[in-house]
Design a protein around this ligand. Sequence first.
Ligand SMILES: [Zn+2]
Length: 336
Amino acid sequence: MSFSSQVKEELIRVQPEKPCCMLAELSAFTQTCASLRLAGRGRVRVVYETENAAVAKRIFLLLKRRMEITPQLEFNRHKRLGGRRLSILTVPEAESRKLLIALRMVQESDSGPVYKGLPRTAMTRRCCRAAFVRASFLGGGSLTNPDSGYRLEFTATEAQAEALMKMLEKSAIKSKTVQRREEQVVYLRRGDDVVNCLALMGAHRALMDMENTRIGRDARNQANRARNCDEANLKKQLSVGGEQARAIEMYEAAQGLNALPGNLREIARARKTHPEASLEELGQMLEKPLGKSGVHHRLQRLMALIREDQIQGGEHKDDQESAESDGHHAHEQETK
Ligand SMILES: [Zn+2]
C-alpha cells in the first residue's frame, strides 16, 4: 500500500465530533470532490465523485448527520479510470442550495450567485482548521514515500488553495502553490512542515513511521559520509606516501641514503618500506618515536632536500630518470 493510502486509511478513522468541524470537513470535501451542476436560473445540484469508497461513505454520513440531507448514491465503472469504481453522491436540487448556503459557498451578487467562501469557523478555530486540512487531504491529497523524499500535496480549487495556505500558515506550516493543468496544487516539501501537517490532521501513526524513517536515513547518511571520508583519506595517504616512497627510491639509487643526515635517513627508510603508513604509524617506527607533526616536519625537510637535489643540475635529473630503469648504470655515472 502506498504511503498516501496508509495516511488516508488512518485519517478516515479520525471522526469530527463537533458540528463546527463536520461543517469544515464538508466544506473541504465539497471543494475537492464536488462539482456544481447548474440547472439554469441559479438552480444547482451538488455532485460528489470519488474513487475512494471510504471517502464517499464519510461524505454521505456528514451530509446526513450534519445537514439531514440524504444524497442519492450510485456507482459507476469508469473507463477513463481503468475500470475502477467511482462513487457518485448527488444532492437534490432543493437541498443543494441549503448546503451551499450553510457552507457559505454561495453568495448573491448582481450577476447572480457566486460560488466561493468558507464556513465561518473554518479559519478561526483550530479544531475546524484541522478538520478542513484533513478532509482536503482525504479528498485530494497525496504524500510521497518517505524513502524518496517528502512531499505532501493537496490538489485544490483556487479558493480552497488560498484558504488552505492561510490555515497552514496559522499552524506555522510553510506551503507553496503551483498551477498544474486546471488545478491548484498546494505542497509542502520540508520534512518538518510535513510532520507538523500530519500532526495537525491527526495522522499520528504515519507521523511516527515517517520520523523513524527520517532518523534511520540520517544515521545511514552519516555513516556513508564517514566511510567516504575514510576512503578519501586512505587514498590520499596512499598516493602521497607512494609518491614520497618513489622519490626516496630514486634518490637512493642516485645518491645512496648515506648522504642524508641521520634523522632524515631514518625517516626515508621508514617511508620507503611503508608507503601506506600514516604519519602516526611512521612516527612509531622511529628509534625515538615521533608525533604526527614531527614526522610531517621531517618528511617535508627530506622531500625539500630531494627536490633541491633534483633541481641542481640537469645531470642529476637524467641520472635519476635512468636510475628508475637501471640503478647500477646511474650509480656508475655518478661515481665517475
Ligand atoms: Zn470545529
